[in-house]
Design a protein around this ligand. Structure first.
Ligand code: T4K
Length: 407
């Protein structure tokens, strides 16, 4: 995969003209791929039977497996999580304003705005990176109809705190659990909380169905509504019972999902091993703080997320990012700069940042590193050695970086 060399001195860094340490780009979110033969067999079977989508056998089986793993009564597979969010928002009849974090992938906000609902951006807790229930209370107005909690990084948000608020204020509560399939909260699988939850099986997720998503719920009426809405509102041939859209997962996606589900434990083990290695290799570096996973819970360890505390590392997050990119390590700043600073929200809600100090604080520090099946222990060792060398020589590196730029 790579033909570069270990870094021995900062002057050899690619950003200063050296050869990149990695020949091929290391992405955050390179897909995990299960047993190829099993996938090929399933694809052949699908082609033989000429049933490609809409009520297909593989989608049905995928839904059964996801419901089983999540411990819910109903799973409705979707073509992706964004459409899943949109359909749940509509099925729950959310209107007016819905409270959502800004520190999330843009889809959490778009799913509301797309339907003419105002996403009210709420601040997060600096430590957990998730909605702070105290700030949620402050955002509730007579127009508020619901809350979307985001289970970021494969960790639960404050599900208990949000559930309590939703209960007392009679608000709908749904979760964007795009990151959290296979993770638990207080021993109960994420996917089973609130009115409904939405998982993503996009290519970049630890478990992918190429593109895909699923809504999970224990509410039979809601499940029925979601099923209809996913298929244009059709209850039978020539009859629609509601407005609907095309949110169906296709059979090839379900085949990929099922195949990858067979490797789920192995994929989580790989992620966990990588995460632990990153922690070990970067141990003791002042100002580098890992987003931690609770060892008492199940977790998919989907993301390796660092916070770079510039006053301690001596290097800004963006400088570190630039250095890594030059080495072909395409680390990401998920979810910089926060939805509120991206269009159309930046223009629509220009003052949003005033109530989002923790969001801005965290968004300026996070750095997400490559993990998953495509990454090896040797890659992590070499990647971490670069970070260590940069940080151990931060003053000099910073000076060289600044000298590169015209005054
Ligand atoms: N809510 C949250 C909290 C989410 O994080 C997401 C999605 C959603 C909702 C919506 O779920 P979906 O509708 O997507 O099911 C990516 C993904 O597109 C997105 O699914 C994901 N979250 C988000 C965190 O990351 P980008 O723009 O960074 O993706 P992309 O396609 O550039 O992929 C990232 C890197 O992965 C690429 O630079 C290269 C590599 N890659 C990507 C693909 C697709 C590969 O190596 N192979 C591939 O096939 O948003």
């Amino acid at each position: 995969m790579d033909g570069g060399t270990d870094r021995t001195s900062i002057v050899n860094l690619a950003i200063f003209g050296g050869t990149p340490a990695f020949k091929d780009a290391l992405h955050v979110g390179q897909p995990n791929i299960g047993n190829r033969q099993r996938f090929a067999e399933r694809v052949n079977d699908i082609l033989d039977r000429r049933w490609l989508t809409n009520g297909g056998e593989y989608v049905n089986e995928f839904e059964r497996r996801v419901a089983e793993i999540t411990g819910v009564e109903h799973c409705i597979a979707m073509c992706n999580a964004t459409i899943g969010l949109e359909i749940v928002i509509r099925a729950l009849e959310l209107t007016g304003e819905v409270i959502v974090p800004s520190f999330t992938f843009i889809a959490s906000a778009h799913a509301l705005q797309w339907q003419g609902i105002t996403p009210v951006f709420c601040d997060i807790d600096r430590k957990t990176h998730s909605l702070d229930p105290r700030r949620v209370e402050e955002k509730i107005t007579p127009k508020t109809t619901g809350i979307i909690g985001v289970n970021l990084w494969g960790r639960a948000c404050d599900i208990d705190g949000l559930s309590e608020i939703a209960h007392h204020r009679k608000l709908k509560l749904m979760f964007d659990s795009a990151h959290a399939f296979g993770s638990s909260h207080r021993g109960r699988m994420i996917g089973s909380f609130g009115d409904a939850e939405v998982s993503s099986f996009h290519a970049t997720k630890f478990l992918n169905s190429l593109e895909g998503g699923a809504v999970t719920t224990n509410d039979p009426e809601l499940a029925q509504k979601l099923r209809l809405m996913r298929n244009f509102g059709f209850s039978t041939y020539d009859r629609t019972d509601s407005i609907g859209i095309n949110g169906k997962m296709n059979e090839i996606s379900a085949a990929m999902g099922l195949t990858n589900l067979e490797s789920m434990d192995e994929l989580i083990a790989i992620n966990r091993r990588h995460y632990k290695q990153y922690q070990k290799e970067l141990a003791g570096l002042a100002g580098i703080n890992f987003v931690l996973y609770d060892e008492n819970e199940r977790s998919n360890y989907q993301y390796v997320v660092l916070e770079n505390e510039e006053t301690k590392t001596g290097i800004s997050r963006d400088q570190l990012l630039e250095i890594l990119h030059a080495e072909n390590v395409l680390a990401r700043r998920y979810f910089y700069p926060g939805c509120h600073r991206m269009e159309p929200y930046r223009t629509l809600y220009p003052d949003a940042h005033l109530s989002l100090p923790q969001t801005e604080f965290v968004a300026a520090r996070v750095l997400t590193l490559p993990t998953g099946q495509a990454i090896t222990a040797d890659i992590i060792r070499r990647l971490c050695a670069i970070i260590r060398m940069v940080l151990e020589n931060a003053t000099e590196v910073r000076k060289l970086l600044e000298e590169r730029r015209p005054a």
